[in-house]
Design a protein around this ligand. Structure first.
Ligand SMILES: [Mg+2]
Length: 381
């Protein structure tokens, strides 16, 4: 079997898909994207495609080596995301060629359901209460929310109290048998993060995500040691080498993104590395159906898997949502907050190619907002 063609599709709301075609009629899909930089990743995929076209698609690990290391310069979000999407597509082809789901190729299932969480994003405690109740009624046993919006360097008593009040409102709705995870999104300074984490402890969040920016990794050991709340991070780390210091620091939850951290091949390895630290895996995935399908395959095959993010109804999903480009929505039907294991070959997602081609003709130019503090200076988003 040989790879004959690689195409990319820029589809709303903010995604990039790739399609890898072979001379035997088997095709694979992937989702190589950096949110807000989709066109840049598209160019990287086109460059990597020069090497892949003409190759045997089933040499997945060898291609990962060449794509990741063969350009001499390596790593970073753009290259790692381009490789990630192509890697997903190659695993999809391998599964279809061998007539097996990817989790079977990874050694077989270690579970039959994967717990997923839903996003709630309201800014007011009242809206949050309502949204948390809606998700609980829909069967979800866990939700995730942002800790705060634009955050000053050192939070005032009122600002600290507002963060606690919002999360307390959600905890009150969910009760003690469901979970709320809190995403700091790198918006807090280390000092404010420490202050807020201590206040959140009585609310027992599932985890606190990105309490520090990825470039403040050297501060992570002290923060983890001081935090009574389990720490999660990893959506902006791109490979094993970058997860090692975070795991050594003692994070509880590793959150590689299947579309950023080298795809199924590398996230599978990151999961094993995390296991040696007693850390759990919770793949980041505010993305589309192919990235989610790849994440679920990892979830079914990973012993130390905790929970899966998914984007259905997320605030970014304007003009299209998780189910807009799939023929069969069953793999993404969550009952009691669980995704059930599918035995469909490959990634287990049947892409609606016509819808994807039509959407690509519309395209998108999604960019993340640029925030500023009241004095006009740059603020983390
Ligand atoms: Mg996050």
């Amino acid at each position: 079997m040989r790879i004959t063609r690689i195409e990319t599709f820029l589809v709303p709301p903010r995604w990039l898909f790739c399609r890898v075609e072979t001379d035997e009629g088997v095709t694979g899909w992937g989702e190589p994207v950096v949110e807000g930089r989709a066109e840049v990743v598209r160019a990287a995929v086109q460059v990597l495609a020069e090497y892949l076209v003409g190759q045997d698609p089933l040499r997945v690990q060898d291609h990962w080596q060449v794509l990741s290391k063969g350009g001499f310069y390596r790593g970073g979000p753009v290259l790692s995301s381009a490789v990630a999407g192509l890697d997903q597509a190659l695993w999809d082809i391998a599964g279809k060629a061998y007539g097996a789901p990817v989790h079977a190729l990874l050694g077989g299932p270690v579970r039959d359901t994967v717990r997923v969480y839903a996003w709630i994003g309201g800014d007011e405690p009242g809206e949050l209460r309502e949204q948390a109740a809606e998700q609980a009624a829909a069967g979800f046993t866990a939700v995730k929310m942002n800790a705060a919006g634009r955050t000053p360097a050192l939070t005032s008593p009122a600002e600290t109290a507002a963060v606690v009040e919002r999360i307390a409102a959600v905890r009150e709705v969910l009760g003690p048998h469901r979970d709320v995870a809190v995403d700091f999104h790198g918006r807090f300074t280390p000092a404010s993060a420490r202050r807020v984490l201590a206040e959140l402890a009585p609310l027992h969040p599932l985890f606190a995500e990105e309490p520090l920016l990825p470039d403040q990794g050297h501060l992570l050991p002290a923060l983890v040691a001081a935090s009574p709340v389990p720490i999660a991070t990893g959506e902006r780390l791109y490979g094993r080498g970058e997860f090692l210091p975070a795991l050594t620091a003692g994070i509880a939850v590793a959150q590689p993104d299947l579309s950023h951290a080298g795809g199924i091949s590398e996230v599978h390895r990151i999961a094993s590395l995390a296991e040696t630290f007693g850390a759990q895996l919770a793949p980041h995935c505010p993305l589309g159906p192919i990235a989610l399908a790849a994440s679920l395959q990892i979830g079914f095959a990973t012993p130390n898997f905790l929970i899966q993010e998914q984007s259905r109804g997320i605030h970014y999903n304007k003009d299209a949502d998780l189910l807009s480009y799939v023929v069969d929505t069953e793999p993404f039907r969550f009952v009691d907050g669980l995704a059930r294991r599918s035995t469909l070959p490959g990634l287990g997602v049947i892409v609606d190619e016509e819808a994807v081609r039509a959407a690509d003709r519309r395209g998108h130019a999604w960019r993340n907002p640029v925030w500023r503090h009241p004095d006009g200076s740059f603020a983390e988003w």
